[in-house]
Every structure is written in C-alpha cells, then in structure tokens.
Write a protein that binds this ligand. Structure first.
Ligand code: THU
Length: 134
C-alpha cells in the first residue's frame, strides 16, 4: 500500500469512531512489513477510562491476528493540528516497532511524518527486561 493509500484508510476510519463524549474522532491504519494493513478507530465508554484510542485498536487487531512487524501507521483526525498519538499509544507502538514511521493528518488532509523515536525519545522497551523487540 502506498503512503497515500494508508492515509486514505486512516481517514475512512473516522466514520467508524464511537465518540459520543469527546466528539473527537480518530482513525488509524497500521501497515505491517508484509503489506497487511489493520485499521482502527477510537471507541469511547461512558465510564471514560475504558476508552481505547484508534492506534491501540489497530494494534490489538494486528497482534491478535498474529502480526507484530509494523512499519508505519497513519493517524487521522478532524482537528486543525496534525493528530499525533497520545503518550500511551506511543508506548504501545514502541513495544513492537521502535523505528515506526508515523504519518499524522489534520482535518484538511495535510500530513506531517515523524519517527517514533522523535515522538518518544529515550524510551523504555522490552530490551530493558532482557527481551528483544518482537
Ligand atoms: N484519541 C485517540 O484515539 N488517539 C490518540 O492518540 C489521541 C486521543 C482519542 C481518545 C478519545 O476518544 C479522544 O481521542 C479524545 O481524547
């Protein structure tokens, strides 16, 4: 999938977001090394804290289907700023892909690309516990 196609996949997920509380939809499209793409959207909850972000929704779908080799993710919002992943999602992505490319879109469809290490410098990961990155 091209970067443009990945962005389109993330934007398409905005309509799937369940956001009755924040009214802030987020869509994500996570690409694996073999080209498989897993999408996600944020899913809110009346108890607030069980809310799952779009990025972690995509990661859960991928890992539960046997995929961990992530190469890039597109994250879309309808906001003015580029929709960057929250700190929790950065840490979850870091577990599997310390060199991930992160394409952040704003509501106008413009994008800015970061590496995970730019967004989460000096990060904690599996190797601290004697594990290699999966
Ligand atoms: N949200 C995401 O889906 N991803 C992020 O990385 C940032 C925040 C969601 C959570 C919540 O449903 C809404 O955006 C407002 O915080």
């Amino acid at each position: 999938m091209t970067r443009e196609e990945l962005k389109v996949a993330a934007v398409a997920m905005l309509d799937r977001a369940y956001v009755p509380y924040s009214h802030f939809p987020v869509g994500a499209a996570l690409e694996c090394a073999d080209g498989t793409v897993f999408t996600g959207c944020n899913i809110e909850n009346a108890a607030y804290s069980p809310t799952i972000c779009a990025e972690r929704c995509a990661v859960a779908k991928a890992v539960s289907e046997g995929h961990r080799d992530f190469v890039r993710i597109a994250v879309a919002g309808r906001c003015e700023d580029f929709c960057v992943p929250c700190a929790v999602c950065r840490q979850v992505l870091r577990e599997f892909a310390p060199d991930l490319e992160i394409i952040c879109l704003n509501g106008a469809g413009a994008s800015r690309t970061f590496t995970l290490s730019e967004l989460l410098p000096h990060s904690f990961g599996p190797e601290f516990l004697g594990h290699t990155t999966p």
